[in-house]
Design a protein around this ligand. Structure first.
Ligand code: SF4
Length: 358
C-alpha cells in the first residue's frame, strides 16, 4: 500500500508521477484522518499490509514522525520514500528510524551527476544521494534503490547496477516509464528494448535483488528463463548491457550461469495486492493509473479495496482484453494496467508494450 502523504516537493524530477508542487495542498489528509487510515490498514489483520509513505516528499509534512510512530505501534511495516533535499539529514533519518522506519528507498536515475541531476532538475542531488546512501548504511537502515528506465539512461543501467551493488542495497526497484504526470515528456523503451532489459535484469538479479514496477512481464521472463528458454541473443541492447556488465563484474560472478539465490518476484499488480492513496485520500489501483475508485474520506480503505468494481475486475485475469486476456501468463503477469490505461483509456486492455508473441 502506497500512501502519498503530500504532493509537496522541492525537486522537479523529469519523470514525476505526482506532478509535485512546491507547497502543501490544504486539502491533504489531516493527521487525524491519516491515523484513521492507518488504523483501518492495521485492521486487515496479519499479514498486515506493507505501507510505503511517499510524496512529493514525505518530509514536507511536520507530522511525519507522528504518523510513522502511530503506524508502527499498530504493527504495520512502514517504509519511507523521501526526496533527497536538505531536510533529509542524518538526524531526520535517525528520528524516523526510532519511530519504526526500517526501509528507506532512494532514487538513482543516472550513474553520474550529469545524468542524475538532469533527471532531478537540480544540481548536486547526485552527490547528496551518495551521501544519504552512506548515512542509511551507517544507521543500519535497509536500502532500496529506485531507478526509472527511459531512453535517456538505459545505456547507464550497468553503471547504476554497479553503484547499487556497492551500496549493498537490499533491493533494486526498476521502474518502467508510464506516460503520466511529467513522465509524458520522456521517451520510453520500445517493447523489444524493454524485453532486453527484463532479461538482463533476470541475469543480474543473481548479484543484486531486483524487482520491477509497471513491468509485471518480469515474472513471465523469470518463468521462461527458469524453464530454460533463451534470452534475446543478438538483440543489440541486450548484448550491449551484457557486455558492459561483464566488464563491471569481471571478478564477481558468472552472470550467465545463474548464481546465488534470486529473490522471487512478488505476485502483485494494480488493484491485486497493491493500491495507492493520494494526498487527498483518493484510492487508485496504482500511482500510475489515474482512475480513482473511491475516497477514504467517504468510506474506509479496506471497504474500497475489497469492493470497488474496477479493483475486483483487475483481480480477474479472464477480464483482461486483447492478447493479455489470451496469454498463458495472464495469471502471474497480466500486463501493466497503468500502461494499458495510459495508452488506451481502458485499464483492462492489453499491455501493448509487451513483446511476448502468443
Ligand atoms: S501478453 Fe500480457 S499477460 Fe502475457 S506476458 Fe505480455 S503483458 Fe503479460
Amino acid at each position: 500500500m502506497i500512501w502519498e502523504i503530500t504532493r509537496a516537493c522541492q525537486l522537479a524530477c523529469l519523470h514525476c508521477r505526482a506532478d509535485a508542487i512546491r507547497h502543501r495542498d490544504p486539502f491533504e489528509l489531516t493527521t487525524t484522518e491519516g491515523k484513521e487510515l492507518l488504523d483501518d490498514l492495521a485492521a486487515f489483520g496479519p499479514p498486515r499490509p506493507l505501507l510505503v509513505l511517499t510524496g512529493g516528499d514525505p518530509l514536507e509534512r511536520s507530522d511525519l514522525v507522528d504518523l510513522v510512530s502511530h503506524g508502527t505501534a499498530l504493527g504495520l511495516s512502514v517504509s519511507l520514500s523521501p526526496s533527497v533535499t536538505p531536510r533529509l539529514t542524518r538526524a531526520a533519518l535517525a528520528e524516523l528510524q526510532s519511530a519504526g522506519v526500517r526501509t528507506v528507498s532512494l532514487s538513482l536515475d543516472g550513474a553520474t551527476p550529469a545524468t542524475h541531476d538532469a533527471f532531478r532538475g537540480i544540481d548536486g542531488v547526485f552527490a547528496a544521494t551518495e551521501e544519504t546512501i552512506r548515512i542509511v548504511g551507517e544507521l543500519g537502515l535497509r536500502l532500496q534503490v529506485n531507478t526509472t528506465v527511459t531512453q535517456q539512461n538505459v545505456a547507464e543501467l550497468p553503471a547504476i547496477l554497479d553503484r547499487v551493488y556497492r551500496a549493498h542495497a537490499a533491493l533494486w526497484s526498476v521502474f518502467f516509464l508510464v506516460p503520466v504526470g511529467r513522465g509524458r515528456r520522456l521517451k520510453a523503451l520500445s517493447p523489444r528494448e524493454e524485453e532486453a532489459v527484463l532479461h538482463w535484469l533476470y541475469e543480474v538479479s543473481a548479484v543484486v535483488p531486483v524487482k520491477t514496477t509497471e513491468a509485471p512481464q518480469y515474472r513471465r521472463v523469470v518463468v521462461q528463463r527458469m524453464r530454460g528458454e533463451n534470452p534475446p541473443l543478438g538483440e543489440p541492447l541486450f548484448e550491449r548491457l551484457r557486455a558492459s556488465t561483464s566488464e563491471l563484474f569481471r571478478d564477481a560472478v558468472s552472470m550467465r550461469s545463474g548464481f546465488g539465490s534470486r529473490r522471487p518476484p512478488l505476485d502483485i499488480n494494480a488493484g491485486r495486492g497493491f493500491a495507492f492513496i493520494d494526498h487527498r485520500g483518493l484510492v487508485y489501483p496504482s500511482g500510475f493509473l489515474p482512475h480513482a475508485v473511491g475516497s477514504v474520506r467517504a468510506a474506509p480503505f479496506s471497504v474500497i479495496y475489497r469492493e470497488a468494481p474496477l479493483l475486483r475486475a483487475l483481480r480477474d485475469p479472464d477480464a483482461l482484453g486483447g492478447k493479455c486476456g489470451r496469454c498463458e501468463f495472464r495469471t502471474i503477469c497480466g500486463g501493466s494496467r497503468s500502461r494499458a490505461f495510459a495508452l488506451t483509456g481502458d485499464p483492462l486492455a492489453e499491455d501493448a508494450m509487451c513483446a511476448y508473441q502468443l
